[in-house]
Design a protein around this ligand. Structure first.
Ligand SMILES: CCCCCCCCCCC/C=C/C(=O)SCCNC(=O)CCNC(=O)[C@H](O)C(C)(C)COP(=O)(O)OP(=O)(O)OC[C@H]1O[C@@H](n2cnc3c(N)ncnc32)[C@H](O)[C@@H]1OP(=O)(O)O
Length: 359
């Protein structure tokens, strides 16, 4: 259910009761989301260069761009609730090794050696992307785009990279009914994919295990994809009554040719890491036993390169495609909105949920 004004008010009161100071970065995020939720996009003149505090606040608010007020409200409520509750298990998290960014309930975000690492952290759900995780990834990418790291990495905690959209996202139907749910979900999906299209510095996927659905399609928007030889790549959209998203209807035929793309996106053919590499979706495959060591050694060296030129090179390579990618994203999102409401899709999701409930 979408957060109401009352939920927002409750969350504001909850912040005052937090036992631990969430730190300046989170406080700025809360400030910006609150302003966006209550006043819409930033409408104030930029404070002067010496007015440091108000300038930081203005920049945080302005960075939210045209984020809809309802989404900002929801993000504020989710952020406060994640601050209040402890995060889920994090078996691969190195305690104290990195600068950890507080305030995420479904991610572990750290910055070290010029690399911001965004780790999906729902290992017991194979890192399925819940509504909260979609929203937090948007926020984490926005923050990473503005921090001083040279590169940004997305990876998964546990044995999976990511099992795609959390199929229980459909279960909390709002008062407006399933149509409203499909519309809100489509808007969230579109904003989520847009944040990958617009990401300004090198974005690297460290695919530590199997990837499913939207976790696979998004790879076409990454600048490098490193995979463990244990990883697999599966897009069972037709089995779920869904159509391709993540700009894959455009990026996959470009990367691997239309017939290989059709085998994956239309017929749900699952690829091994080596097959995905042969088709150009994956940059390089590493043996699982040495995957983490080899990849992080390589990335640490890459992150020492001058950060401005890395941004500029990415933009030179990617910018002429950006407009096209945004229009593909809008078109795919509008098509999938209809699919969410189709009998084929609803039956497939019900089938998954009933098996899960061992009915
Ligand atoms: C009205 C519309 C609202 C929609 C809102 C969202 C908007 C964006 C939509 C974007 C379009 C869709 C994109 C996609 O990503 S499609 C792909 C979706 N993913 C799947 O179909 C994968 C489903 N899961 C599986 O097939 C298996 O779980 C998997 C192969 C991933 C792992 O199998 P394994 O046997 O190794 O492990 P378990 O099945 O025992 O999994 C452990 C527990 O985790 C739960 N789980 C795993 N994946 C998901 C998932 N994607 N969604 C929800 N839950 C998941 C699994 O059920 C197990 O739970 P239990 O221990 O409670 O049984």
């Amino acid at each position: 259910m979408r957060a109401s004004l009352k939920d927002l008010e409750n969350a504001v009161n909850q912040v005052k009761l937090l036992k631990k100071d969430p730190g300046n970065e989170v406080k700025l995020k809360l400030y910006a989301l609150y302003k966006q939720a209550t006043e819409g996009p930033c409408n104030m003149p930029k404070p002067g260069v010496f007015d440091l505090i108000n300038k930081a606040k203005w920049e945080a608010w302005n960075a939210l761009g045209s984020l809809p007020e309802e989404t900002a409200r929801q993000n504020y409520v989710d952020l406060v609730s994640s601050l209040s509750s402890s995060s889920e298990s994090s078996s691969q998290v190195k305690p104290g090794a990195d600068k950890e960014h507080a305030g995420y309930g479904t991610l572990v975000v750290t910055s070290e050696d010029g690399i911001t690492k965004i780790m999906l952290n729902r290992p017991t759900r194979k890192n399925a992307i819940s509504t909260q995780m979609y929203q937090e990834i948007i926020l984490a990418l926005k923050a990473a785009s503005q921090d001083d790291s040279a590169i940004t990495v997305l990876t998964g905690n546990g044995d999976f990279y990511c099992s795609g959209n959390d199929l229980t996202n459909v279960t909390d139907t709002p008062l407006g009914g399933i149509e409203e749910k499909a519309k809100n979900s489509t808007n969230l999906l579109r904003d989520f994919v847009a944040s990958f299209i617009d990401f300004p510095k090198p974005l690297i996927a460290v695919v530590n295990g199997p990837a499913v659905g939207i976790a696979v399609t998004l790879l076409g928007l990454f600048d490098i994809v490193y995979a463990s030889d244990r990883a697999t790549f599966h897009t069972p959209f037709s089995h779920l009554g869904l159509s391709p998203e993540g700009c894959s209807s455009y990026t996959f035929p470009k990367i691997m040719g239309p017939t290989k793309a059709t085998e994956m996106l239309t017929f749900g053919k699952k690829l091994t890491a080596r097959e995905a590499c042969a088709q150009g979706l994956v940059t390089e495959v590493f043996p699982d036993a040495t995957f983490q060591k080899e990849v992080w050694t390589r990335l640490t060296a890459y992150a020492k390169l001058p950060s401005n030129v890395l941004r500029i090179s990415k933009q030179v390579i990617r910018n002429r495609e950006k407009e096209k990618l945004h229009s593909v994203n809008v078109e795919e999102s509008s098509i999938i909105q209809g699919r969410f409401l189709s009998e084929e899709s609803m039956n497939a999701v019900m089938n998954f949920l009933s098996k899960r409930a061992k009915l």
